[in-house]
Write a protein of this length. Structure first.
Length: 100
């Protein structure tokens, strides 16, 4: 009789079907959101990039997480300033990620 009381007080919960997630073949968006050490293949978040100055159009190689101010070799204009993580590019500069 106790089980009958319990069933009458608490209606059965509707079954919720969760969408299946492929853990062996994650999408690129999933990999980008996960920590660099918890990915299927460990890879760093940092990279080198070619930054083009908007005044003299010379190209300088800059680290993505630069910790110092990077200036242009030709005209001494500031190309990027450090922040806590990624370096902030100066306005008007363009960059291209370097291939490995």
């Amino acid at each position: 009789s106790v089980s009958l009381l319990f069933r009458s007080c608490h209606p059965p919960k509707p079954s919720v079907i969760m969408p299946l997630k492929d853990l062996l073949h994650p999408t690129a968006a999933d990999l980008k959101q996960t920590h660099k050490l918890k990915r299927l293949v460990q890879a760093p978040n940092s990279f080198f990039m070619d930054v083009r100055c908007n005044q003299c159009i010379s190209i300088t190689t800059v680290f993505s997480h630069a910790q110092t101010v990077v200036v242009c070799n030709g005209c001494s204009q500031v190309l990027c300033t450090p922040t806590g993580g990624l370096a902030k590019l100066a306005q008007g500069t363009r960059f291209r990620r370097k291939d490995a």
